[in-house]
Design a protein around this ligand. Structure first.
Ligand SMILES: [Fe+2]
Ligand SMILES: [Fe+2]
Length: 358
């Protein structure tokens, strides 16, 4: 790795919202980009799926997941420069759910960069999100890194037309994981053109980080672990030396390398999804590189959930997974192997045996 690493260990105090435990966390501060010498870390919270039961009543477990992540991010030291929210803040895109999420997120002590998920979008096609939360696609620069935020959960107009008279039916169709009535996610040509134009002004040596909700590659279509026009997006990123895609949606530890692009998935604060390889009726392309997380224990409401933070080492990501019921994991870009590697478990000899539930 090109950068100088300055490790600092700190003790993170758990706040009133979490159990009264002290969790030691090792935060890595990295000098990247020799010219600027600036360091930064940002946190990533995703897929909270806040679900309204009735009126002001929401599903407690999902509320608690988001509250815990916010508390832990607020206790990070050094403080992250910003927080990325990776989408699926709401469960059924309702205003009440989005408002509830915004109220909770307002207690974060750092600015938030928002990415929209399908659960936020398909009730009103992103109108309330745009009005209250954030634009659906935009870009920004931070300490020498160019960030592009995409709305990657668009779909075919012909599918939208089918549900135009019943927005909640449209939302419910997209909210189902294994639904033959659903439709694949897409970035779509106008947004790819916007991104191409946006990137035209960026030097090819500048590190580029793309934030999307769905993975910008193809894993498993029946579950929409998939972006239909991923190849077009990848092509638009081809000329850059260092590209990282960070995405939510899959609710699990997942990382990959395709060409010049490294992909890292974020955890959900609500629940874990299994890996599609466990579903043997259809083919999946779960990256061979990924060391799976152990399946979540269904008897523990926090297992298989968590949040993450990232540092950029010379413009390449180091992703730290904070798993609430499992050991923390770090997956870092390995410049010798030219792909992300788990710093502890990549070697099969070092893997943790799967959990056994009775
Ligand atoms: Fe989700
Ligand atoms: Fe999603």
């Amino acid at each position: 790795m090109g950068g100088k690493i300055d490790r600092r260990t700190f003790l993170k105090q758990a706040g009133a919202l979490t159990a009264a435990t002290a969790i030691p966390l090792s935060l890595v501060e990295v000098v990247w980009g020799k010219e600027s010498g600036e360091k930064f870390t940002f946190a990533y919270i995703s897929d909270s799926h806040l679900t309204q039961i009735k009126g002001t009543k929401f599903v407690r477990n999902f509320d608690n997941g988001l509250k815990r992540a916010i508390t832990e991010v607020n206790f990070m030291s050094p403080k992250p420069d910003f927080v990325v929210y990776g989408g699926d803040l709401a469960q059924l895109g309702k205003r009440e759910e989005i408002d509830h999420g915004l109220e909770m997120m307002s207690s974060l002590r750092t600015p938030v960069r928002w990415v929209i998920g399908e659960h936020d979008y398909y009730l009103d096609l992103g109108k309330y999100w745009e009005e209250k939360v954030s634009p659906l696609n935009y870009s920004f620069d931070h300490k020498g890194v160019h960030f592009v935020v995409l709305n990657s959960i668009l779909t075919y107009d012909s599918w939208l037309d089918k549900w135009s008279k019943d927005p909640m039916a449209r939302m419910l169709q997209m909210a189902r994981l294994d639904n033959p009535q659903g439709s694949p996610f897409m970035v779509k040509d106008p947004q790819i053109e916007w991104m191409t134009k946006d990137l035209a002004k960026v030097d090819r040596k500048t590190p580029v980080v793309v934030l999307s909700h769905s993975p910008l590659y193809k894993i498993f279509k029946p579950w929409n672990f998939w972006t239909e026009d991923a190849e077009k997006v990848q092509k638009a990123l081809k000329r850059f030396k260092k590209v990282t895609v960070l995405h939510g949606h899959v609710h699990q530890v997942l990382y990959n390398q395709e060409g010049n692009i490294s992909f890292y998935a974020m955890m959900s604060t609500a629940w874990p999804w299994p890996y599609p390889t466990t579903y043997n009726q259809a083919q999946s392309a779960v990256p061979k590189l990924t060391v799976f997380m152990n399946r979540g224990d269904p008897h523990s409401e926090r297992d298989g959930t968590g949040w993450g933070y990232l540092d950029l080492d010379s413009g390449r990501a180091g992703h730290h997974y904070e798993l609430w019921e499992n050991s923390a994991r770090t997956v870092k870009y390995d410049s010798r192997r030219k792909k992300p590697q788990d710093t502890k478990y990549q070697d099969p000899k070092d893997r943790i045996p799967p959990q056994k539930h009775y």
